[in-house]
Design a protein. Sequence first.
Length: 340
Amino acid sequence: MLKRLEELQEEGRRRIGEVNNLAELKEISVFYLGKKGALTTLLRSLGSVTPEERPEIGKKANLLREELERRIRTKEQLIKDELTADQWEREKIDVTLPGRPVRIGSKHPLTITMEAIKDIFYGLGFQVVYGPDIESDYYNFTALNIPPDHPARDMQDSFYFNEEFLLRAHTSPVQIRTMEKLFPQLPVRIIAPGKAFRRDDDITHSPMFHQVEGLFIDKNISFADLKGTLLLFAREMFGPEQDIRLRPSYFPFTEPSAEVDIKCIKCRGDGCRVCSGSGWLEILGSGMVHPAVLRSGGYDTLGVSGYAFGMGVERIAMLKFGIDDIRHFYNNDRRFLRQF
């Protein structure tokens, strides 16, 4: 057995000295020192030797184990150092080269547009208020003069959770919530930005989109006040030479109602493919607040009037930046987003 220990010692030293990678070194460690390794097996057979030889053999076997463990650790560190040196040589850094630039993110075009809209109305004394994305049928429709059997509900193909709750189809419910909260305070001058949801999906519509609703209630508010506010907004957003056009329209929550157009940003009113030859582009809907909506908010219509408007932020951004497909806003294409 002493001769076998000497053989294992010579063999182990040689194999550890010759190995040059960590995988082979691990195999050597398992071969000699593992649970079923050569040295471990030899130690388990000590019961077969005479009591006189057992102490000497056990001592030499333990010394050999310590030696092999030490040599394996030393060899492992040496291989790791050589690997690090080789890697450093392959990836040597030239400190004289200019540093790699760090790409700095930019604001999303919808964020830029939303902030621009809010800044304009901040300057006109409007307060920004928010409401929940999940609304009751009452606030989303009924309180806005759209009862259950009203055909206008078909124009807003909504996402319902049940008969009572849905993802809001517009940010108009915030108007009712604000009137209920502020009544009988005057004036009420707010804008309500946020997300809205409808089952639309094409190059100009998205199932999730952004709106900004505006509401101004006070005594003796007229249609002229609405037109003046929207003209100022159009010139602040699209340039000081911009003009607007109001076309009669219909909305359940305003009466009278009007669609608002601006002069085509491409042809400046001369007529082109962008505006289908009309010289005008639609940007938002507006009107005087319907008496039924004022009553829903708690305000007596006697001597109190107001105007409201609503615009799609995506629509404004597409016109402002010349974007032809609403889906660009949601594709997360960095080539598109880096332009802003």
